[in-house]
Ligand binder design. Structure first.
Ligand SMILES: [Zn+2]
Ligand SMILES: [Zn+2]
Ligand SMILES: [Zn+2]
Length: 283
């Protein structure tokens, strides 16, 4: 049996398993909802899924005619979804505790992949759904671009932002807080100077969650759709941007992996970027 929870702990659940698949999805909806370059989903029979305690923190966003994306309304973590048609529960692997005992089998929606993210493992890649899903592709929406300015938005479109200039640095962080908060293998945070950042839409729709006991750690997400959005620290003059929410290319490759000592057991780092056990050295 595997337990899962959101970052704040308001949503808790158990999945009996066995897990039948673990796959990486690069679709634009996953990238925005999680704020990461890809989401990793674990599938198991729905009959073995149950919530622990009450689910009053559970929110749902209707992302398409048939699809919905569920999340915690307090911390923004992505929540598992029961798919009645397939009889499966689809859970974000970043929120599973311990080792689910299964390893990723494939990448899907690779045709929608973030341009700045490179797939470096040997797993099979599918442009959209793998054939066994028997599902049609989701149409992709083109993005208007202002030269020299980074643009980003949430999944529902209520929240949008712009940032002047290039990022200071981009890190993949494997710490347990980032994995829970982004509901993914790791976060991909692009750091910019806060002075160049502005909301162009829906700044008042952003819900902030500060993790109790943490000096800086928290999440910010769209109240309506739960997508991870930038979190601004005025005092440090830095904005931490979940790179999956960017609609434009950050124009810079990630600088490395941090907190690798806390990495998920089911995820292998296969690229050549520098790895740091904890924080990167100060520059
Ligand atoms: Zn929560
Ligand atoms: Zn997806
Ligand atoms: Zn939204």
């Amino acid at each position: 049996m595997t337990e899962g929870r959101c970052l704040c702990g308001a949503l808790r659940y158990q999945i009996d398993g066995p897990f039948i698949d673990l796959l990486h999805c690069h679709c634009s909806m996953c990238r925005k909802h999680h704020g990461t370059p890809f989401a990793t989903w674990a599938a198991a029979p729905a009959s073995g899924f149950r919530w622990i305690g009450d689910t009053s923190a559970l929110a749902s966003y209707q992302s398409s005619e048939k699809g919905h994306r569920d999340f915690c309304r307090i911390c923004g973590s992505v929540a598992p979804m029961v798919d009645a048609a397939s009889g499966l529960v689809i859970a974000p692997a970043g929120n599973l505790e311990g080792d689910p005992g299964i390893r990723p089998t494939k990448h899907m929606f690779v045709a929608s992949k973030a341009r700045w993210y490179a797939i470096t493992d040997d797993l099979p890649q599918y442009d959209e759904f793998p054939p066994e899903f028997g599902m049609p592709a989701t149409p992709r929406v083109p993005v208007a671009v202002k030269p020299g300015v980074a643009h980003g938005s949430c999944l529902c479109g209520d929240v949008a932002y712009e940032i002047d200039g290039p990022p200071l640095r981009i890190y993949y962080c494997h710490c347990s807080r980032c994995r829970l908060g982004r509901s993914a293998a790791h976060c991909a945070n692009a750091f910019y100077k806060a002075e160049g950042f502005r909301w162009t839409r829906g700044g008042d729709q952003v819900q902030d969650y500060a993790l109790p006991g943490a000096q800086y750690f928290g999440t910010a997400f769209c109240r309506r759709c739960g997508s991870e959005v930038p979190r601004v620290s005025v005092e440090r003059n830095v904005v931490s941007v979940p790179a999956g929410s960017l609609d434009t290319d950050p124009g810079m490759a990630p600088n490395g992996h941090i907190y690798v000592d806390s990495k998920a057991p089911w995820f292998d780092i296969t690229d050549d970027l520098p790895q740091f056990a904890g924080m990167p050295p100060r520059r």
